[in-house]
Design a protein around this ligand. Structure first.
Ligand SMILES: O=C(O)CCc1c2[nH]c(c1CC(=O)O)Cc1[nH]c(c(CC(=O)O)c1CCC(=O)O)Cc1[nH]c(c(CC(=O)O)c1CCC(=O)O)Cc1[nH]c(c(CCC(=O)O)c1CC(=O)O)C2
Length: 349
């Protein structure tokens, strides 16, 4: 087994580490010039189907930014074709689905997902990275049932999730069947990713903040509880994440999950004051990476200071890196996080 720097894994388990570890959502694609060159020739799907190339793209930010983990280059919709969903990632739009779910019959028709059969290229990429290349942990990931269902029902990205929410409340039986089928897929997918070498995983419930607390508790919390309960046996850190969902933060804290990923709307100190004692991940506003360095520096230090109050903080952005961010800013930011947090830890603990 390769020896890796496990600082991020220890922070995820709530240990006090010598510095605050960091990775960035969407660090693998987006603004890196090497990646952009590859994107001139290949689509996301074409890159993910070529394990050597996909491993290269995944490894780039570790080399270029010195982050403490790699995130697998693929998308939350990558497993869906295996279930019979006809999805294409369209430039400038995102995932577009030509056979959206609109009835119980459509849910019944979804097929069982088998990672070895449907996404062997993902598992091969993980093996290349973890057996031959990485000296930091690889984070595996999956979309959560609500977020995946929103694409599957709307047929693509949505502003208000109106079809998804009306299907959920009008067809609860079909909804719960859909949640169960997606949970089955997520569970086998994450088990396969960890089996291939991923050392932690994140479940992206990016759009669940669209629900109010009561609907979250009725329609989502049970399936999220099931997912983390069944994945606990893997004994790797489990991270949950969503955007615009501060009102759900303490419901997430109830889930049998290890790390709560916060977007930029809820300061870590407020989450702590609400009773969030679990390790947290986040939460610099990603738009600030386009602002003056002095602002980035000040906000970053404030987040690190808040994160040090209780052991267990992984630095990240509040959501994905924008494509227009200068890669040098990410490099400088990583250095700032490592150096400032190390100085603070030495001085304070
Ligand atoms: O607005 C929308 O709903 C569509 C968003 C969209 C998705 N896939 C997509 C797009 C188009 C695009 O990013 O330009 C399509 C997509 N996914 C990805 C890329 C690569 C890139 O941005 O350069 C792209 C763009 C590909 C292309 O333009 O051809 C890769 C991806 N998606 C994702 C991840 C995991 C991560 O964030 O680290 C990763 C891999 C890691 C990495 O790139 O560093 C996760 C993902 N994809 C997606 C979501 C839903 C929410 C969201 O996007 O914010 C989420 C979860 C999340 O970020 O919260 C859906």
């Amino acid at each position: 087994m390769r020896k890796i720097n496990d600082t991020l894994l220890r922070a995820a388990r709530g240990e006090r580490t010598a510095y605050t570890p960091v990775w960035y959502m969407r660090q693998a694609g987006r603004s890196q010039p090497e990646y952009r060159k590859i994107k001139e020739k290949y689509s996301l799907e074409e890159i993910t189907h070529q394990p050597e190339l996909c491993a290269y793209v995944t490894h780039l930010p570790v080399q270029n930014y010195n982050v403490d983990a790699a995130i697998l280059y693929k998308d939350i919709v990558t497993p869906l074709p295996g279930m019979g969903v006809d999805v294409k990632i369209k430039a400038g739009i995102g995932p577009v689905i030509s056979n959206p779910i609109r009835s119980t019959k459509d849910v019944e028709a979804l097929r069982e997902f088998n990672p070895e059969e449907h996404v062997p290229f993902v598992l091969d990429t993980i093996k290349i990275l973890t057996e031959e290349q990485l000296d930091v942990p690889l984070i595996g990931f999956a979309g959560a049932p609500f977020t995946l269902a929103s694409y599957m029902i709307e047929g693509g990205p949505s502003r208000n999730y109106s079809l998804t929410k009306s299907f959920m409340v009008s067809e609860p039986q079909a909804w719960f069947m859909l949640m169960d089928k997606l949970a089955d897929m997520i569970i086998v997918d994450i088990k396969a990713q960890v089996g291939a070498g991923a050392k932690a995983f994140q479940i992206f419930d990016s759009w669940v903040g669209a629900l109010d607390k009561e609907d979250y508790r009725i329609f989502i919390k049970p399936v999220m509880t099931r997912i983390f309960t069944e994945l606990k046996e893997l004994d790797v850190p489990m991270i949950t994440f969503g955007v615009g969902a501060s009102h759900l933060a303490m419901d997430w804290h109830d889930l049998p999950v290890d790390v709560i990923g916060l977007d930029w709307r809820l300061p870590i100190k407020e989450a702590r004051a609400m009773g969030m004692t679990k390790p947290v991940q986040g939460n610099l506003d990603p738009t600030l990476l386009l602002a003056d360095w002095s602002v980035i520096e000040e906000r970053t230090k404030a987040i690190i200071d808040q994160g040090l109050e209780i052991p267990g903080h992984i630095f990240n952005l509040g959501h994905g890196v924008f494509p227009s961010v200068d890669p040098d800013v990410l490099k400088r930011l990583t250095t700032l996080i490592h150096e400032y947090s190390a100085d603070q830890v030495k001085a304070r603990f």
